[in-house]
Design a protein around this ligand. Structure first.
Ligand SMILES: C[S@@+](CC[C@H](N)C(=O)[O-])C[C@H]1O[C@@H](n2cnc3c(N)ncnc32)[C@H](O)[C@@H]1O
Length: 363
């Protein structure tokens, strides 16, 4: 039974979470579950970053189970409104029925491609997304009211899953100000309903299947080195000639967090060069460097996989790890993020704080 009483020390998000019954949306007895429910901790973390207040008009992209829309409706209250968009009409129908059962009236559900926002429904005070676009679309900026906040996972490099949670304020001229970064791992915001959750939608350069389990590679050098084949780099990682442990923390959760920072650091230095993302057959992720001749990556469970012990990619990966350690492990909370115009959309790119540049050895 949801509880709307006030508890000392609780913030607005914790109060909303107590007032909205998660089970109603996640595992409804008649309408069942959906494959992509976001973990409660990640939802609350990102809602805190959005800082929704009563009366806000909110655009939500990625309705999913309907839970986050219900939380946003609770946070903005009867004087505000939520417009929630999902590309999947089945999810919109399901969420509609679930909101109606609870008599939630301050939410409008729209089937559509969230990359286009919700034309005709703005302007919005807050735009919050639960799926990852490669850029911040111009449509969002056009539908944002003055000083609106955008909170969304966004790619920061052209390699698969190289994304972070971006929180920023829309400026009067339609740019972004006060950008901060946080962790995020949400599905890609493609232009169609996703039915394959094992291979991401963006920047995949080669896929391999072994015993029905896919692995993939994503290389920032695509199209720049004729004769170099990403499939070959993937084959080298699938059957690596060299492995070594390289945990970045004593436990897996700590390693994953540090690994995410290391990935962002590599992107800050290497976007556009030979940065490489790899998806392992067991569903893990890895980051490193490759060419058509050699490859080396660090997995998110703390193992380096390399084509050979003498590969230049392995030497570069080790150098990068050492530089990152020496620089004090810069990551999402310390790297600078910029928004650059690209045909009207805004591309997010990372850079080292100025003082760190001196410590990096040339490549
Ligand atoms: C992680 S789930 C959303 C979770 C949801 N907020 C919840 O808590 O249940 C991501 C959602 O984004 C939707 N999505 C993916 N691409 C989209 C797009 N281009 N436009 C709108 N929605 C999209 C998916 O259909 C999916 O429902």
């Amino acid at each position: 039974m949801p509880d709307a009483t006030v508890t000392a020390g609780e913030d607005h998000v914790a109060r909303a979470a107590r007032a909205v019954p998660r089970d109603h949306y996640i595992g409804h007895p008649r309408l069942g579950a959906v494959p992509q429910a976001t973990a409660q901790g990640a939802i609350e973390r990102d809602l805190r970053r959005a800082n929704v207040r009563p009366g806000h008009k909110i655009l939500e992209i990625g309705t999913g189970t309907g839970l986050t829309g219900a939380l946003l409706a609770e946070l903005t209250g009867p004087s505000g409104h939520v417009v929630s968009v999902d590309i999947d009409p089945g999810l919109i129908r399901r969420a509609h029925a679930l909101h109606a059962e609870r008599h939630v009236r301050n939410i409008t559900l729209v089937t559509g491609d969230g990359n286009k926002g919700a034309p005709g429904h703005g302007p919005f005070d807050v735009i919050i997304a639960w799926a990852t676009p490669t850029v911040i679309p111009r449509a969002w900026l056009d539908q944002a009211g003055p000083g609106a906040r955008i909170c969304a996972p966004v790619y920061y490099a052209q390699t698969t899953r190289a994304s972070a949670h971006v929180r920023a304020t829309v400026t009067a001229s339609g740019g972004l100000d006060a950008i901060t970064l946080g962790p995020a791992s949400y599905v890609d915001m493609g232009g169609e309903v996703n039915t394959n959750f094992t291979v991401p939608m963006f920047y995949i350069d080669a896929v391999r299947s072994s015993g029905g389990r896919p692995s993939w590679i994503s290389v920032a050098w695509r199209g720049r080195h004729p004769g170099h084949d990403p499939q070959r780099a993937l084959e080298m990682l699938a059957e690596p000639g060299h492995r070594e442990p390289r945990p970045l923390a004593p436990d897996t959760a700590g390693h994953r967090q540090a690994w995410r920072d290391f990935r962002a650091y590599c992107a800050a230095l290497d976007h556009g060069s030979n940065l490489t993302s790899h998806g392992t057959p067991d569903g893990g992720n890895a980051i490193g460097f490759s060419s058509g001749n050699n490859a080396a990556v660090l997995t998110d469970v703390g193992t380096i996989l390399a084509s050979t012990a003498a590969s230049p990619a392995l030497a570069k990966l080790r150098d990068r790890l050492d530089d990152w350690e020496n620089a004090g492990r810069p990551g999402l909370s310390t790297l600078n993020a910029t928004a650059q115009d690209k045909d009207g959309d805004l591309v997010i790119r990372l850079a080292l704080p100025r003082t760190e540049h001196r410590k990096i050895r040339p490549t």
